[in-house]
Design a protein around this ligand. Sequence first.
Ligand SMILES: NC(=O)c1ccc[n+]([C@@H]2O[C@H](COP(=O)([O-])OP(=O)(O)OC[C@H]3O[C@@H](n4cnc5c(N)ncnc54)[C@H](OP(=O)(O)O)[C@@H]3O)[C@@H](O)[C@H]2O)c1
Length: 259
Amino acid sequence: MPFPYKHILLVGATAGIGRAMADRFVETGVKVTAVGRRQERLDDFVRQHGEDKASGIAFDITDSKKIPEFVESVIKSFPEIDCIFFNAGIQNTYDWSDPAKLDLDKFNNEINVNFTSFVTLTHAFLPFLINKPDPTSIIFTGSNIAIVPGAPLPAYSASKAALNVFVLCLREHLQKTNVKIIEVSPPPVQTELHDYMGEERGRALGMPLDAFTNEAHQGLLAGKDQIIVGSIGPADIFNEIIDKRRTAFDNLAKMFRSH
Ligand SMILES: NC(=O)c1ccc[n+]([C@@H]2O[C@H](COP(=O)([O-])OP(=O)(O)OC[C@H]3O[C@@H](n4cnc5c(N)ncnc54)[C@H](OP(=O)(O)O)[C@@H]3O)[C@@H](O)[C@H]2O)c1
């Protein structure tokens, strides 16, 4: 099945999963407008693919006051965008046994990047997507750690769990609209995300990026709305938890619908 969307705004496209997915989309005939803070990497992306297929906008998604202006300018410059891919993310470790040493601003900023900023951006982009005559979608990059939290990563795990719950509810709210809500849930993947461990160790952690990109892209082409790659612990148990929780969620949503 071909990918049904023609122009993607990919937020967090300057490195790792975002850059690899952006390259894959362009190579398969989908236009990409890349977003990230690092202008030189956006320029590199546009140089590689050409201005007819690729464009870049430098933006820091934590700059919440500028989100309305950012969204307005995206819609004005690229009214044909029909898919928004929220992929940006950061990860750090924290130890709550010594609160005096804990950097609370850093902790809250991580939740802002990974969760709150996407809520604000979704709110700002939704009227534009809903009012389009054709099918549109929002893709979120979650994490398998949303389901089984990693103890040294409380901000990351909590933000991805919150994002996963938001995505489930959002999908239910939009079921009668033209906006499809898709979640891609990666296992550890070899990117810059774990650079806090040291570049050499961090970038060797997890699944090779190309293998992940293949699997995630296949899931999108298959039209899935929840693409789980890999697992935490045995795959059968992990997938059973996810499937049973989704069924329980859907049953509860049906009950709410009938009231
Ligand atoms: N790699 C893994 O093991 C793994 C596992 C599960 C889920 N994920 C998720 O996959 C997604 C991509 O991560 P990755 O592994 O590819 O990490 P990465 O290589 O570090 O890339 C992170 C991306 O997020 C962007 N970003 C970070 N802060 C931003 C901000 N304030 N404003 C705008 N863009 C921002 C970065 O761009 P700039 O720095 O240029 O702004 C970069 O493009 C994240 O949501 C991550 O949580 C990754």
